[in-house]
Design a protein around this ligand. Structure first.
Ligand SMILES: CC(C)(COP(=O)(O)OP(=O)(O)OC[C@H]1O[C@@H](n2cnc3c(N)ncnc32)[C@H](O)[C@@H]1OP(=O)(O)O)[C@@H](O)C(=O)NCCC(=O)NCCS
Length: 337
């Protein structure tokens, strides 16, 4: 049974703003740091470059920049925002929550907020939570942010992880959709499977292994990944959830105007699109420019689609995520400004 999002109102994304640091790390740059090559990275991942934050630039700095752009595009003032949800696995610090730092930076006086930590599924899960507050009528303007400074937790001597990730992300203002023909968010399906934890994790610095000289020496403060296990899960699960979501809404890939998937690896994206029955022409791909920005990929991809004119009033959009946890999800929405 599909969860109902229609308790009182419909919710939609009213605007998107993004922030990426100006610094670039190209495949050629990486090939001078580890044993890799532009050709290998491009063929295996589809990535050409990633943006990397300067030392001292933290998640809340970029999140605030993206948030102010989204708020302005929605024709709002920061004081109109009632709730701030930040999806990130690279908070400025363990506490306070990044949402509190963003609230102060943008001057969203009176807003409350919290962080969501679910890695690459972060933005989609946060979007769903934000929509719930709008559909119940509790709030009119919710700010949903997905952003990571992945360079802060990556080991740049490990060629299996450092080639994948980049910094950046974006923010979306979620509001009520008043058009009965264009309902905004229609349905969602999300799943976690903790069995996948060891395949993609950052083992140090938490309550299991508090930071010590030993955890630092063992590089436990960096992302550890079993790439092939993650790859297999991502390819299968993202497609499975999308198909399930489409089927229970009486749809097929042919009905979808635009597929906006998490940007983890071009091969994961194209294999998922094929399994869902979607032509690659309908798929938003910008991994070549940004790499995998974890919680940042979906707002960056939505922004690319808006700027390219591919996201049109009334477009039927399928969003999908997959990542550490394991976690995965898909959502269906009718786009309207
Ligand atoms: C990490 C990933 C790109 C590796 O690609 P792959 O095709 O699976 O490569 P493999 O792990 O099978 O390694 C193949 C070979 O390339 C080597 N290799 C690994 N990284 C390399 C690099 N950056 N440059 C050159 N060679 C590399 C391996 O050592 C291996 O060598 P061997 O055959 O001599 O043992 C891929 O597994 C992947 O994208 N996984 C999912 C990661 C992901 O999306 N994470 C985020 C989830 S949201």
């Amino acid at each position: 049974m599909a969860p109902s999002l229609t308790s009182k109102y419909q919710a939609k994304i009213a605007s998107v703003g993004i922030a990426v640091p100006p610094g670039l790390l190209t495949n050629d740059d990486l090939s001078k740091m580890v044993d890799t090559s532009d050709q290998w990275i491009l063929e295996r991942t589809g990535i050409k470059q990633r943006h990397i934050a300067e030392k001292g630039v933290a998640t809340s700095d970029l999140a605030a920049e993206a948030a102010l752009k989204a708020i302005e595009k929605a024709g709002l003032k920061p004081t109109d925002i009632e709730l701030i949800i930040v999806a990130t696995i690279t908070p400025d610090m363990i506490l306070p929550a990044t949402a509190c730092l963003v609230q102060t930076k943008i001057g969203a006086t009176g807003a409350w907020g919290f962080d969501i930590s679910i890695a690459c599924s972060g933005f989609l899960y946060a979007l769903q939570v934000g929509c719930q507050f709008v559909t119940t009528g509790a709030h009119k303007n919710v700010l949903v942010i997905g952003l990571d400074v992945m360079s802060s937790i990556i080991d740049y001597t490990d060629r299996t992880t450092c080639i994948i990730f980049g910094d950046g992300g974006g923010a979306a203002v979620v509001q009520r959709s008043d058009s009965p023909d264009i309902p905004g968010m229609i349905d969602f399906i999300h799943e976690v499977d903790g069995i996948g934890g060891p395949a993609l994790c950052l083992p140090g610095g938490g309550s299991r292994n508090p930071t010590t000289a030993e955890t630092l020496e063992k590089k436990m403060h960096y992302v550890h990944q079993d790439g092939q296990v993650v790859f297999k899960f991502a390819t299968r699960k993202m497609a499975d959830l999308c198909v399930k979501l489409l089927e229970r809404n009486g749809l097929t890939g042919d009905d979808i105007d635009l597929f906006v998937p998490h940007q983890a690896n071009l091969r994961i994206i194209s294999s998922s699109a094929e399994r869902i029955g979607l032509d690659m022409k309908k798929v938003v791909v910008n991994i070549d420019q940004y790499g995998n920005t974890t919680a940042g990929t979906l707002p960056l991809a939505l922004n690319s689609a808006i700027e390219d004119g591919r996201l049109k009033e009334g477009s039927l959009v399928l969003l999908a995520s997959v990542g550490a946890g394991f976690s995965a999800g898909a959502a269906l929405m009718r786009w309207s400004y």
